[in-house]
Write a protein that binds this ligand. Structure first.
Ligand code: HEC
Length: 186
């Protein structure tokens, strides 16, 4: 673990970037996150009201990746979500994302509101220049149905079947559930 973190630190360089350009990219990424988050929350709420958590799992399981893919195709950014405790193993964080989330956790512990946690920077990864953007995703009451500590047995069973390696439970309101993570090749 330590060793791979050291290797990552060596292969991850933060590059200098013109402030005006960075502000433009950051604003574009923030708008995409707003769109993605808004649509997800809307669909999730509607599905929960119509059919409860088990029915709403489809929104997270199918609609979330579909909206992310649609936004990626439309904008040229790679749009995704990740977490330090992912439910879907394919959403596990990259080295940069892992570092950003650990930094966000520290900033929250120091009193910063989760809604303010954003990072935007140009990095070099595996020989490619990427502009990366991350925004913290707060845990709301609604999320506890599937990410809290006391899931209904039928919700738990449905999640277990789809995600045998699930680690995304035990959250409280106000916790950081994960981040929206966007990247674009420069
Ligand atoms: C109805 C159940 C349900 C509810 C409610 C729900 N989620 Fe999820 N969540 C899931 C499922 C299922 C996945 C896995 C999706 C996938 O396969 O990519 C997931 C994945 C995620 C991920 C991606 C990282 C990971 O763990 O795989 C984030 C971030 C996330 N949820 C945040 C939230 C937030 C924030 C809320 C509340 C606004 C919320 N979820 C409400 C079921 C739910």
């Amino acid at each position: 673990m330590l060793r791979s973190a050291a290797i990552l630190a060596l292969s991850l360089a933060v590059l200098p970037i013109r402030p005006a350009f960075a502000a433009e990219e950051k604003a574009e990424a923030a708008a995409i996150v707003k769109d993605y988050g808004g649509r997800l929350q809307g669909e999730l709420k509607a599905a929960m009201e119509n059919g409860g958590p088990v029915a709403a799992i489809t929104v997270c399981n199918q609609r979330s990746p579909a909206i992310a893919a649609e936004l990626s195709a439309k904008t040229g950014w790679l749009v995704a979500r990740t977490s330090l405790k992912p439910r879907n193993p394919s959403s596990a964080p990259t080295g940069w994302e892992d570092g950003v989330m650990r930094d966000f956790e520290r900033r929250m512990a120091a009193g910063e509101p989760v809604a303010d946690l954003v990072r935007a920077e140009m990095v070099e990864e595996g020989g490619a220049r990427l502009f990366r953007f991350a925004k913290a995703i707060p845990t709301a009451e609604l999320c506890l149905n599937c990410h809290g500590s006391a899931l209904k047995p039928e919700t738990q069973a449905a999640l277990k079947q789809l995600y045998p390696a699930d680690t995304a439970t035990g959250y409280k309101p106000g916790d950081m559930r994960g981040i929206f993570t966007l990247s674009k090749r420069m």
